[in-house]
Design a protein around this ligand. Structure first.
Ligand code: PLP
Length: 414
């Protein structure tokens, strides 16, 4: 079997074990009389996956720009290229001039510092949660973190920021009521045990009505370090998302340190960004836990290319126009093939911990609900949104070049 040219080619691509396992499974079906012996090779080749990784490319037609279940931000072409280069042996921690060990990921860090006015220094860890864990450990283990009750956030899938913080050995000192906190609440909570004041962006919910929060620009009046978890990772303000905090403005307001994720609105790889005062960042970088949370060369490469390179897909999607025309063209073309498709206006969301409550104008193609599962099981899988029993293909997070992929997927699912 392995000598067959098609199977041998698959071994080259996918590795020996995976191919042999598939051969055995298919051969067993032949032994059981379910398959003609001459069908074993073609069946094996058909049953083999496209790649040695189980992760498959998926078209995100949910209208949720940053879908955590779909890997959040898709990377830019520049970032993908950088990944390819870094995938080999690379100078991630070597100074080629001197031949000595160099600071790890120095050029990615430099890119961040250059991109964020007010950031004296930067450090990159595995994700936003790791950044919080590092800060809590390095600045407040055995001491207190002061934060508002209304900012005790659950990120998703049961992960709660307060639990993460206390798991480091820090204690939480909650201030204010669920809907309101005042500067004096914070002031009364401060004491010799205070490590820092933490401001968390409620990135996946909104509290409205009789509310008050204390902005970073006031918290800076307190005589303790102020750490702001802005969640989404906008480095600078974006007029499309007026309510969303960004790193540069938060530092300008007086935060000593800003925490953000790399794979949300920044549009890069999964990582946690720590930006702020040199002295604070140095303490984090030198803490023993930093080593356990450090990112690999692939992340550093993709992050730097995202920050320095052309606008990544997430930012492109946020600023794209012409969605209604695309939806109309797609619906017309499907209708011409006898599929009951209808273009309609839709509302997209940022998702993944960004711009809670913001509905972004979008357009979708509505199909009968039964299409949703067929599309998900197709090749490539298309993930749509179910709304009032209908299957909506929302174009907000779909690259225009993928409209044709969507069209073929719907035809195949018909
Ligand atoms: C998303 C988010 C986190 C967690 O970041 P990950 O990169 O998912 O670990 C923490 N805080 C806030 C406010 C967030 O929005």
């Amino acid at each position: 079997m392995l000598a067959d040219p098609d199977v041998a080619a698959a071994v080259e691509r996918l590795g020996h074990d995976l191919v042999v396992r598939t051969v055995r499974e298919v051969a067993q079906r032949a032994r059981d009389g379910l398959l003609a012996p001459e069908q074993v090779v073609p069946e094996t080749v058909a049953a083999l996956p496209d790649s040695a990784s189980g992760l498959r490319p998926v078209v995100n037609a949910t209208g949720v720009l940053l879908h955590t279940n779909l890997g959040r931000a898709p990377l830019s072409a520049a970032a993908r290229e950088a990944l390819q280069v870094a995938a080999g042996t690379t100078d991630v921690e070597l100074d080629l001039d001197t031949g000595d060990r160099g600071p790890r990921g120095a050029s990615a860090v430099e890119a961040l510092v250059q991109a964020v006015p007010g950031a004296e220094a930067a450090h990159v860890v595995n994700n936003g949660a790791a950044a919080l864990a590092l800060v809590a450990t390095a600045l407040a283990a055995g001491r207190e973190i002061v934060l508002a009750r209304g900012e005790m956030v659950e990120i998703g899938d049961g992960f709660r920021v307060p639990d993460l913080l206390t798991s480091t050995g820090a204690r939480l000192h909650e201030v204010g009521a669920t809907n309101r906190a005042r500067l004096d609440d914070y002031r009364h909570a401060l004491g010799p045990d205070t490590g820092f004041v933490l401001k968390i962006h409620p990135s996946n919910f909104v509290i409205s009505g009789f509310t008050a929060e204390v902005p970073v620009s006031r918290l800076r009046e307190l005589d303790v370090p102020v750490v702001a978890d802005i969640g989404s990772g906008l480095l600078r303000p974006d007029p499309v998302l007026p309510g969303e905090p960004d790193a540069a403005s938060t530092l300008a307001d007086g935060a000593d340190l800003v925490i953000a994720s790399g794979d949300k609105l920044l549009g890069g790889p999964q990582c946690g960004l720590l930006l702020g005062r040199e002295e604070v960042v140095r303490r984090l970088r030198r803490h023993p836990l930093a080593r356990a949370l450090r990112v690999d060369k692939l992340t550093l490469a993709a992050l730097e290319a995202t920050v320095r390179g052309p606008r990544p897909p997430v930012a492109e999607a946020l600023h794209r126009t012409g969605l209604a025309e695309r939806a109309a063209a797609l619906a017309d073309s499907l209708a011409a093939s006898g599929i009951p498709a209808e273009a309609l206006e839709s509302g997209a969301t940022v998702g993944g911990g960004g711009a809670p409550g913001a509905v972004l104008p979008s357009a979708a193609v509505a199909l009968p609900g039964r299409f949703a599962k067929q599309l998900r099981l197709g090749d490539p899988p298309v993930v749509a949104r179910l709304e009032r029993g209908r299957c909506l293909l929302d174009l907000f997070a779909v690259e225009p070049a993928d409209d044709e992929v969507l069209r073929r997927a719907v035809l195949a699912a018909h």
